[in-house]
Ligand binder design. Structure first.
Ligand SMILES: Cc1ncc(COP(=O)(O)O)c(C=O)c1O
Length: 376
């Protein structure tokens, strides 16, 4: 049996007619940049998240970059973010000339550790970026408490967590801004790149709408330096077809996760991800000291897995000048050696789930047997 880590063609097969008519409608409209399609999708997203403003942009990285610019983050300012995660979060901070300050994460949620935020605040700190990694919310209550105490902005990186909640509130609407990506593998994926910022701050929404079109409120009159970062009309149309299915897809992800928890909880040698009703399981990421052996074994059996992430952000070559040393963020670094993401996407069949569970169990049964033999 072959089990893919992710296969979006299964989703598109089910929605083929609707996606084709969305394509046809945009084709016939002749309007490919901004326009009604983008506006309608922005409205639907604002409704879905119960946010006041939603601003479509080119991708998740730009959503972060534009949010930081809209908040007035300047070169030399420090922005605190987790050391374990996607490069894009750190890249957005550095790209605008600010300094990323990497802090360690919590071993069970894989998310930024609020206590580590506290001890890394300096006079230059201006913002915190909690990343809701793999679909699990960061501890927003503690983060907001710290942010209020120190008057720091909070930009939520929700790229992997559309539909995730924290104490019932959708992530992205808790801090000052919420940044989303519609990269095909996210909970809601476009047929290409796409992104969005949501906020309840009307001044910030206005600035963001300008920043995505080179800082112009009125065409040809530029009041600030921004980017060219717009959500394509065609992607907005595809995303509007898909959005009504999002909750159903999230329930399917949760069901798969429940099967994994049930099938794997008794396996000695692995730690399962933090279990929470708020989690949307964009990834189901386990940890084990035998990560690479398990990955190879599963690959031999036809099961594709993913390693998110093999190198922590503070140790990326591009950040060498920041002076972080190996060992400075021990939890993040340990996760880069131990984390393994099992297949999880709404259309993963029950047979594929059972087969994956069986093969993971088989790997640990065999390796535990061989340890017992060696000890005898
Ligand atoms: C945590 C995180 N932040 C930011 C991004 C960037 O999103 P995009 O690829 O749409 O630029 C990603 C994308 O994978 C991500 O996982």
């Amino acid at each position: 049996m072959k089990v893919p880590a992710f296969d979006i063609t299964r989703q598109h097969y089910q929605l083929e007619n609707q996606l084709e008519s969305a394509f046809q409608s945009v084709l016939n409209s002749g309007r490919f940049i901004m326009g009604d399609e983008v506006k309608l999708f922005e409205e639907k997203m604002a409704q879905y998240l119960d946010a006041q403003f939603a601003i479509g942009v080119g991708n998740g990285t730009d959503a972060l970059t534009l949010s930081l610019l809209a908040l007035g983050i300047q070169p030399g300012d420090e922005v605190i973010l987790p050391g374990f995660g996607t490069f894009a979060t750190a890249g957005a901070v550095s790209r605008i000339g600010a300094t990323p300050v990497f802090v360690d994460v919590d071993l069970s949620s894989y998310n930024i550790d609020p206590e580590q935020i506290r001890v890394n605040i300096s006079d230059k700190t201006k913002a915190i970026i909690p990343v809701h990694l793999f679909g699990m919310s960061a501890d927003m209550e503690s983060i907001l408490t710290i942010a209020r105490e120190h008057k720091l902005a909070v930009v939520e990186d929700c790229t992997q967590a559309l539909g995730t909640t924290f104490d019932g509130q959708p992530v992205g609407t808790i801090g000052d801004m919420g940044c989303f990506s519609f990269f095909p593998a996210e909970n809601l994926g476009a047929l290409g790149d796409g992104g969005m910022v949501v906020t309840n701050r009307s001044e910030s929404a206005e600035v963001l709408r300008m920043l995505r079109v080179h800082g112009a409120r009125r065409k040809y009159f530029h009041e600030m330096l921004g980017l060219n970062s717009r959500l394509d009309a065609i992607q907005a149309a595809f995303l509007r077809v898909k959005l009504p299915y999002l909750n159903q897809w999230i329930q399917l992800r949760r069901k798969i996760a429940a099967n994994y928890y049930q099938g794997l909880h008794s396996v000695a040698g692995i730690k399962l991800p933090f279990r929470s009703e708020d989690h949307t399981y964009n990834q189901f990421t386990i940890t084990t000291p035998k990560r690479d052996e398990l990955r190879n074994y599963l690959a031999e059996k036809g099961i594709e897995t993913a390693v998110y992430y093999p190198l922590a952000l503070h140790l990326q070559p591009v950040f060498a000048q920041l002076g972080y040393k190996g060992g400075s963020l021990p939890v993040s670094e340990s996760l880069t050696r131990r984390a393994l993401s099992l297949p999880v996407f709404p259309e993963l069949t029950e047979q594929e789930q059972s087969y994956t569970i069986k093969k993971v169990r088989e790997f640990f049964d065999r390796s535990n047997e061989s340890i017992t033999k060696q000890l005898q």
